[in-house]
Design a protein around this ligand. Sequence first.
Ligand code: RIB
Length: 319
Amino acid sequence: MILVAGSANLDFSVRASHIPAPGETVMGRDFKTFPGGKGANQAVACARADAAATHMLLALGDDAYALPLEASLSGAGVQMHIVRVKEQATGTAFICVSDDAENAITVAPGANLSLAAAHLPPLAGFTHLLLQLEIPVESVTAYAQAARAAGVKVVLNAAPAQRLPTELLALIDVLVVNEGELAVVADFSGSVAQCLARIAVPCVVVTLGHRGCCARLGGEFSFQSAFDITPIDTTGAGDTFCGVLVAALSQGDSLQQALPQALRQASAAGALACTRPGAQSSIPSQAEVSALLATQAVSTEAQNAALRQYCGFDLAQSV
Ligand code: RIB
């Protein structure tokens, strides 16, 4: 059983030719609202992977914005532990999606900032706790401490990027970051390999966008090249990767044994999420992920070598 503790936002999304520069106004089109928030997106991805029962701890305002968020989570089969905050609005996010599928996001966290240490439900029965950084970092640290004490594995997606307190870093079993987040957490602007060497977490997974992803488990590295898709909206793709990764890891006897297949499942799900608009609306089912996996072979040695080179690893080092 997996517990996700984190944010839920209603996304106000508009498509435009390009993301406006500071001071610029662009005319957009196709305005829509979508259920989002990094925590809720990851919970939905986890549940749609059909591997383990998924619960989510979240805080919502007492307003109409909360309704589509509850409907999306319950529709995906996520068991919710809701903290209702009367004084704050439900979290919202304002997203511009460009014609080349990139996005720029501003979050108004609202009720999400009310999630506190005391809100964590009892951890009996949970194997994994999945966290992000759209709620107060003090609460994230308290949840990780409780999980460590209960023997529950802690997975942190360090997004949005921020430097992590040493006491939180020490509690993480698996850290998931993109390249920008990796540089912030490592506090270093060198290669992926150099940044990875500076982070004292047993397992670190780095997503590399259209290139694929890379993971370090102890001193061993593994690579997964990206699936070939045409992206239309990358919103929520990283969250899809995280949710599916944890769902797949929860199925393995050990991290070492489960990691390669989990990277493959998460990459396929993240790729599919880029082909559809919105965050939770874009997250694929396990059947869709399996269908994509069936069409694409495991990464070749040449693809892995290209990823190793991009990351700055010594090419002589084996996978
Ligand atoms: O990662 C994508 C998410 O970031 C969006 O759904 C938005 O709500 C912000 O939290």
